[in-house]
Write a protein that binds this ligand. Structure first.
Ligand code: SF4
Length: 366
């Protein structure tokens, strides 16, 4: 066992009750194969532990809807993780969970299995917005779920919001932020709605708020979250100090992560691989597809710039043996002059305004 290397494990659970109108994640409606799937994930966990005998400090069940899998299935997978890997005592074990009734695994069952962090999909506290997205829960379902989580001993909770929803206004987005804050989670994520091909929205594009409104939503809500005690630590992520997602930080820091399940991606020791979006093929034992090498300076810089602390001189020295290249700082200068980036001699960062056009800026400076 190589305990000098750590690893985050992502387990994909590819089942959902029904498809939300915007969702491009790989998931299917029929969970009948869930136990067979769990058994194959457990076997894959054992295989990965032989290949990468590292210390696991984060486990993340995502999907899909992990609670569509019976408790026994999730338990089988976690048991395989604990048997085949060394797992740190304080490992962050997150499970995504949907509010509402009718899921085979309850929040109490998750607590029982040792899950110590929940990521709850609220998206919006405005009923009409939830309806447009194809979400079936109410804001009260989220409150009930978080109360039950606390009663079961899970205090580390993240609430997901969505910005740029059809018909959303600055006022309605703020209403959702206020509701999320009133639940007192440790972490809040807020992703911009993107219309993806192949989704229901992709086939019938809904009317979206105009660009100016979306920018105002982002800036106003970022500042409301900041004032409520949730500083932004990544473009779309906000947390009370010390409650940043350890698992997701691994992706932004180019650290080792293994993803298990159809459509799950991995990055270990500089190599990338992924499983195809095909549940049947996964259960039949298909090998992951080689996706080349990764983690070079450009990729690292792009990911670090997503973080509020930005691309830092000492981190570049430590990881690559050189400071931030002067050429990059020169290209960033006009962005700094326009208030889209800052550089204090140590860290190059996006401003809140800069985050809104970060993809365009990254294409120019990197
Ligand atoms: S958003 Fe979540 S619940 Fe909705 S279809 Fe996608 S994975 Fe399933």
């Amino acid at each position: 066992m190589n305990k000098s290397k750590t690893l985050g494990l992502y387990i994909h659970v590819p089942y959902c009750k029904q498809k939300c109108h915007y969702c491009d994640f790989y998931s299917l409606a029929n969970p009948q194969t869930a136990m067979e799937y769990a058994a194959h994930v457990a076997k894959t966990v054992a295989d990965m532990a032989k290949r990468y005998p590292y210390l696991v400090d984060t486990v993340y069940f995502g999907g899909g809807t992990p609670t569509m899998m019976p408790k026994e299935g999730l338990g089988l997978i976690l048991q395989a993780v604990r048997t085949h890997f060394a797992v740190t005592d304080d490992a962050e074990i997150t499970c995504e969970i949907n509010p509402g009734e009718g899921y085979p695994t309850s929040v109490e069952a998750l607590a029982d299995l040792g899950v110590n962090r929940l990521s709850v999909g609220l998206q919006s506290a405005v009923e009409t917005e939830l309806g447009v997205l194809g979400r079936k829960h109410t804001q009260n379902d989220v409150k009930v779920l978080l109360d039950r989580a606390k009663a079961a001993g899970i205090h580390n909770t993240s609430v997901d919001l969505m910005w740029g929803i059809p018909h959303q206004t600055v006022a309605s987005a703020l209403q959702s932020v206020d509701f999320a804050v009133s639940l007192n989670p440790t972490h809040i994520s807020a992703y911009m709605l993107k219309i993806e091909e192949g989704t229901s929205f992709g086939k019938n594009p809904p009317p979206l708020p105009d660009e100016d409104t979306v920018c105002e939503i982002y800036e106003t809500c970022c500042s409301a979250l900041e004032q409520a005690g949730y500083p932004r630590y990544e473009i779309s992520n906000f947390a009370k100090i010390g409650f940043e997602s350890k698992h997701n930080c691994k992706y932004w820091n180019c650290e080792n992560t293994v993803g298990i399940g159809p459509a799950a991606h991995s990055f270990v020791d500089g190599k990338r691989f992924y499983y195809p979006r095909d549940l049947q093929a996964f259960v039949q034992g298909c090998d992951p597809v080689d996706d080349g090498v990764g983690g070079d300076f450009i990729e690292y810089a792009m990911l670090q710039l997503r973080l509020a602390r930005g691309l830092q001189q000492q981190d570049c020295m430590k990881k690559f043996g050189h400071p931030i290249p002067q050429e990059l700082l020169t290209k960033a200068k006009p962005m700094i002059d326009h208030g889209l980036m800052t550089y204090d001699g140590n860290a190059l960062c996006f401003t809140t305004k800069g985050n809104l056009v970060s993809n365009e800026i990254l294409a120019t400076i990197l």
